[in-house]
Write a protein that binds this ligand. Structure first.
Ligand code: SF4
Length: 342
């Protein structure tokens, strides 16, 4: 127990005031705006929000994998404690050092594995490549480790799959291969960007169960990016809700579902079919699914006030002119002008 507490005191990854700005000819577009969070050893932190809220861009900024066909400016800090206990700022590392960390101590899996796997190489070659690069072992040992990784993710007929190409596998199997590739060098942090969105519900459940088991077995931390609050409820310990490139609420998962403190989080939860069903049954009505009126703001034209103001039922005059400040504590906090009563 003491050991767990000690681990929980020092975050493995401390992100502070992360900003990612797209540089265009006619101006700068701030897409990630002052994101801060801690990820502790063995913890799953979910980054939640609508499409375009900056979740994936946050992850890509941390991994230094932003699209090369655009110009970016990143700011803030991302302090990572590596396996030897050394700390480094991921945003300041030189490219060679970052390449050594990426795929080894920090790994990422993506939503659509077909776009990330090389169609010209066998599954075994792709997994083994990472092992050879990071562990410096020979071909035979790397292939053996690739086989172990495929067995770890419970791919049927793993030895046969080693010599197959991505197009020969189903969507669920390809996602398992992606997880095997990410896990093969035993990372400390796994960033999972909507890893089950492209899969049907049954396979989705299997992949999520697999990730939970791998986390229990290895003690890795997971930064889980999703728009699916049902997944968050079952798989995360802590949640950061993002809107328009900012974190607007952060808390433990139970507190977020029991007492959502930000109007946007409340609106998101109200959209859940389960909640609508509970309310309609209680009130004897037909179930009516809710949505959040309005659109997310244009990131080219953000004003000085709260980004959620146009869609917020609790909007006040102050909300249009002044950015909300954080209220609350480490356990539960939100950015809003409304009086905070935890
Ligand atoms: Fe709504 Fe104002 Fe709070 Fe923004 S700051 S979420 S507009 S009440």
């Amino acid at each position: 127990m003491n050991c767990v507490n000690a681990m929980m005191t020092t975050p493995l990854l401390q992100v502070r005031d992360l900003t990612t700005t797209l540089v265009q000819r006619d101006g700068m577009v701030p897409l990630v705006r002052g994101v801060s969070f801690d990820l502790h050893a063995g913890q799953t932190l979910a980054l939640v929000g609508e499409s375009g809220s900056g979740k994936s861009l946050t992850a890509l900024s941390l991994m230094r994998l932003l699209a090369r066909n655009a110009q970016w400016q990143c700011g803030g800090q991302a302090i990572f404690t590596d396996a030897s206990g050394q700390t480094c700022d991921l945003l300041q590392l030189d490219n060679a050092h970052m390449r050594r960390l990426r795929g080894h101590q920090l790994a990422m899996i993506f939503q659509e594995p077909m776009t990330c796997l090389n169609p010209l190489l066998t599954v075994g070659e792709q997994i083994a490549e990472s092992v050879r690069l990071h562990w410096g072992v020979n071909k035979v040992a790397a292939r053996q480790r690739a086989l172990q990784a495929l067995e770890q993710v419970e791919i049927p007929a793993a030895r046969q799959r080693l010599d197959e190409y991505p197009h020969q596998l189903s969507g669920g199997m390809r996602q398992r291969v992606m997880i095997a590739m990410a896990m093969v060098c035993e990372p400390k942090v796994l960033i999972a960007d909507e890893p089950t969105t492209a899969l049907d519900v049954t396979i989705q459940a299997q992949i999520l169960a697999l990730m939970s088991r791998l986390q229990r077995d290895t003690g890795m931390s997971i930064l889980f990016i999703t728009h699916n609050l049902g997944v968050v409820a079952h798989h995360a310990e802590r949640v950061a809700v993002m809107y328009a490139g900012q974190v607007v609420e952060q808390s433990g998962v139970h507190a977020l579902f029991a007492q959502p403190a930000h109007p946007y989080t409340r609106s998101l939860l109200a959209c859940l079919p389960g909640r609508a069903r509970q309310l309609s049954l209680r009130e004897g009505h037909r179930m009516v699914l809710q949505d959040i009126p309005g659109q997310a703001p244009n990131m080219n034209r953000l004003g000085s006030g709260c980004s959620f103001a146009e869609r917020c039922a609790s909007r006040m005059a102050l909300c249009d002119v002044q950015a909300p400040v954080w209220q609350g504590d480490d356990a539960h906090a939100r950015a809003c002008h409304l009086e905070y009563r935890p």
